[in-house]
Structure formats: C-alpha cells, structure tokens
Design a protein. Structure first.
Length: 522
C-alpha cells in the first residue's frame, strides 16, 4: 500500500505494513439452536428426557474439565483455578512461559467462572439464559500462530473462542524464512525484507483457518465426536472481532515525534463524522441523516506503563461508527492506523450464484461473520486505513515551531547566564528580525555597525549617542545569540543568522504581516 502520506514522508520512513493485529474467532454449534428444539432432540437421541437435563450437563462439564486437566498433566503444565475473572491472563501466561522456557506447546491452563449464554430448563422447555459457568483457557505457543489462547465454555452450548495475534503469526513466518526484523512489544520497527513480509500478510486472509480451528476443537472438546455422530455437525466458525492495522515505520522515534502531535490535532479537529463514514467506504444517504448522531470521535491520552522498561507516553484518537471504528496511535517509532470491524453487516461482499444455465453471476450482499469472509475483512480494513492516511497527507509539522516560539517568549539560561525574553510579534523585535534577514547579510554576515545602520534611519547626533547605540546593539546581539538566532564567526567580529534564526524569525514576520491580517479579515 503506497499512500499519498507515505510519498509525502518517504525520506523519513522505513516503509509500511498492513496485517491483522487482533483476531477473535467464535465457534458455534448452530444445530443446537435449530427452531429452539435442537438441544432437546440431542438429548432424546441419547435416551434422555428434559428432566435429565441437570445431571446430563453436569456430567458433560466434568468430562470437559477432566480433559483439560489431562492435557495439562500430560504436558507437565500448571492447571490454575481462579475464583473470579482476573484481567491480565495474557501477561501471567507469558510470565509462566518465560519462567519455564516454553517456546512451543501448551503453556498453562486457567479455569474461572464467567457469565455466558447457556441452556436452562424453564417451565419444561430448554431456553437460553445468561448464567455463570466454568470456562477453561488454554494458553499455548503454536508452531504456526505463535502465542495464543483458546477459551472453551464447559456448559452447553459449549461455545469456543480462539484468540489469534497476526503479528505473532508473521514473526513465526519471518523466522521460518530467516528474515531479520526489529520488534518492540507487538510492533515491528523494521523488517529486512518488507516485500516478502507484505506478501505473507496478504496470504493470511486466504488461509483455510477453519481446518486448524477444527483441530483445536477436536482436541479440547471431548464431546465433539459424539455431537457429530448424532448428526449435529461441528462448529460454525465466525469472526467476532478483527483489527486490521497499517504501521508506518519511521526511521527514528524523534522523526515521528516531530509530526505526531500535528497529526492528532488535525484528525481531532478536521475529521467529521461524515469523513469517518467515507473512510470506512460507506455513504450517508439524505433519508438517513438522523443516523449521523450515532457517529462520534474522541481522543484519549495514553498513559505510560511500567513493563520491562518504561514505555514512552503516547496518544490515541478513536473515531467510532456504531460497533466499528478507526484508531490512530503511536508505538515507539511506528504510527499505526487501525480499523476494527465488530459488525460486518455495514459492509458488502461479492457472492456468486449459478443461473438455470449453470453460469455464475456475482452480486453484492451484506457481509456476514463467517470466517470465509476473512480476506474481505482485510480488503475493507486496508482500504479504510489508506483513505485515512491519504487525508492526513496535507498535515505539515508545526508543533516544533510553536515550541520554539514559546521558548523565545520566555527568558533563557545558557552557560550560566540569563538572557531576556523576546516578543516575536512585537513591532520592535520584528524590526530587528527584518534587519537581520536582509539579503545583504546572506553572503558576508553583519557587524554591529551594519545592524545599527538598518535599525536607525538617522545618524547619531553626538559621540555619546553613538556609544549608546553601539552598546544597545551589542546587548541585542548577545540576547539573539543566547536564543540561538545568530552565531558569531570564530576569530572575527562578524555574525551570521543561524538556520534556526531563519526559520523562527521568518515565521514571526509572516505571521505579523500576512497570516494574522488575513485571519482577522476573514
């Protein structure tokens, strides 16, 4: 993906990479829900009645828990029960893997009680009702997917969730091919062969992942063979949440910091709800204008977190349209734009159907959550990220100049000496700036008497006035040197305007004579 934004900053970036970041897959036994009678028929085919529901599901839960304990014991890994939902399971599992030196296979198993949609008997009928039940988390380092986890509900309908990290998968693929990379947490700062990495990321959506997910389910759920034998099929795999991230990799964090504040300010002030809808490839119809009230954008300051080392403070902005959103944030030297799709019905996918003559015809339909649509998820997310970055291409970094302007307005201490503040838009200081930026100083520089000649239109009336002018200009030059606007030529009583002086004094003069009058007139 070569965006206008990348071309605009090509001298300061390493490259870009678009891939899946976080992917959450849910497995559903849809046959149990068929016309509300599926699970009742499942019991009947085994010779059980609705009155046996409680004892049957408790035995099933015990079998699933025993299978989890058996797998943990066989691998020699810990089985940990938590009496409440504890956040940070990923960090705990990573710590266990690091402590025990696990590089592949099962890391640990957690079990905890969580609220979920479960079957229950109400007035002689089996209905769905939220209740607390045991969930088992299997944390493992897969040969292909890297660090991941699988969560299995032990109470019917036995929903399963698989959490996959696209960058973990990419790191495994790069290691397999011997391609070097630099990584910071869950971010690639640089990859030696970006072309190959991009090709690998494109193949992620075309992989037949349901085969691998089905293998996990057969291994972890001991009831799945019985369910299949009784004619209730297997899991239907659906995408619950998908994050498609585009990383713009800067050559250094300093280079990114020079523009990141301007990007966030522009995104917060300039991007309206209509813009966000268009970034996501949708249209706002006049008849549905009232829906615009559901779109909102908000920004949040990232908080520094203590990890192996202190993470640099960062910012994040998030634009939301119902259950889908676009985020932008920075991680070290990477600027990340990320599209999160939780509700795919807002988008379209092509479906091919055969007519009576056997010819295929395609038509656009609402996109469902089936895992077969994963490649379309990637297309939609990448296109949204590209539109967002293209809209940021017009941003020009100005925060650094504002910082320098603030420094001029404050007194400065350098080399143990204090220098008075300047007034960058005041008449007197702007007169000095204009005299210093005179084209006659560009070749040979200027001396005290040269600056006097440009600041005073008349000659001094006395020798005392001459000395006063010389002393005043000397103090002025000293103050300008203290602020880094001019520099002395070594070994001579000659001065030149510094690069910083050209930039700052030129901006101050333009603001006074051009920008401010135009802004006030409008």
């Amino acid at each position: 993906m070569n965006t206008v934004f990348e071309r605009q900053h090509r001298e300061r970036i390493v490259g870009s990479l678009t891939t899946v970041d976080r992917l959450i897959i849910h497995g559903h036994l849809r046959s149990f829900w068929y016309q509300g009678m599926g699970f009742e028929r499942f019991l009947t085919r085994q010779g059980f009645r609705i009155g046996d529901f409680g004892s049957y599901v408790q035995q099933a839960t015990a079998r699933i828990k025993a299978q989890a304990e058996k797998l943990a014991a066989k691998a020699g890994r810990p089985f940990i029960y938590q009496d409440r939902v504890v956040k940070g399971k990923d960090e705990l599992a990573r710590g266990i893997a690091k402590r025990d030196g696990i590089t592949e296979g099962l890391v640990c198993v957690f079990s905890t009680l969580e609220v979920a949609s479960c079957f229950a008997v109400v007035r002689g009928s089996i209905v769905r009702r939220p209740r607390r039940c045991l969930h088992v988390y299997f944390y493992l380092i897969d040969r292909e997917l890297g660090f991941m986890h699988v969560r299995l509900q032990t109470w019917f309908p036995l929903q399963i969730q698989i959490y996959v990290n696209g960058r973990e998968w990419l790191a495994r693929q790069l290691d397999k091919r011997g391609i070097g990379y630099r990584r910071y947490e869950n971010t690639f700062l640089g990859i030696d062969d970006l072309t190959t990495a991009r090709r690998l990321c494109e193949s992620f959506g075309r992989r037949r992942w349901w085969r691998l997910f089905e293998a996990f389910a057969r291994k972890l759920n001991p009831l799945l063979p019985l369910i299949g034998q009784l004619g209730f099929g297997s899991y239907y795999w659906a995408v619950d949440a998908c994050e498609i991230a585009t990383d713009i990799m800067w050559k250094s964090r300093r280079g990114l910091c020079g523009i990141v504040d301007d990007l966030f300010d522009h995104a917060l002030r300039a991007f309206s709800a209509t813009d966000v809808v268009r970034f996501l490839g949708r249209k706002i119809l006049p008849s549905k204008a009232q829906l615009a009230t559901t779109y909102r954008s908000f920004a949040a300051e990232g908080e520094a977190k203590e990890a192996a080392r202190r993470r640099p403070e960062s910012r994040r902005i998030k634009h939301r349209i119902r259950r889908n959103w676009i985020k932008m944030y920075d991680k070290w030297s990477v600027l990340r734009v990320e599209t999160v799709i939780n509700n795919p019905l807002d988008f379209r996918v092509v479906r091919f159907e055969k007519d009576t003559k056997g010819r295929k015809h395609g038509r656009w339909v609402r996109m469902g959550k089936g895992v077969q649509n994963l490649s379309r998820y990637l297309e939609v997310g990448e296109a949204a990220n590209r539109r967002y970055l293209d809209a940021l291409a017009e941003v020009r970094p100005c925060r650094r100049t504002i910082t320098e302007l603030d420094e001029l307005c404050r007194g400065r201490i350098a080399g143990g000496r204090r220098y008075a503040r300047l007034n960058p838009v005041g008449e007197d200081d702007c007169q000095v700036f204009a005299a210093l930026l005179d084209g006659a100083n560009a070749i040979s520089g200027f001396r005290n008497r040269d600056l006097q000649a440009r600041l005073y239109s008349r000659d001094a009336s006395s020798s005392l006035e001459t000395r006063r002018r010389c002393n005043r200009v000397s103090r002025l030059i000293t103050k300008l040197r203290g602020h880094g606007l001019v520099a002395k030529v070594p070994g001579r009583r000659l001065y030149r305007v510094s690069l910083r002086g050209h930039r700052v004094m030129g901006a101050a003069l333009r603001f006074r004579h051009v920008d401010f009058p135009e802004a006030l007139a409008s």
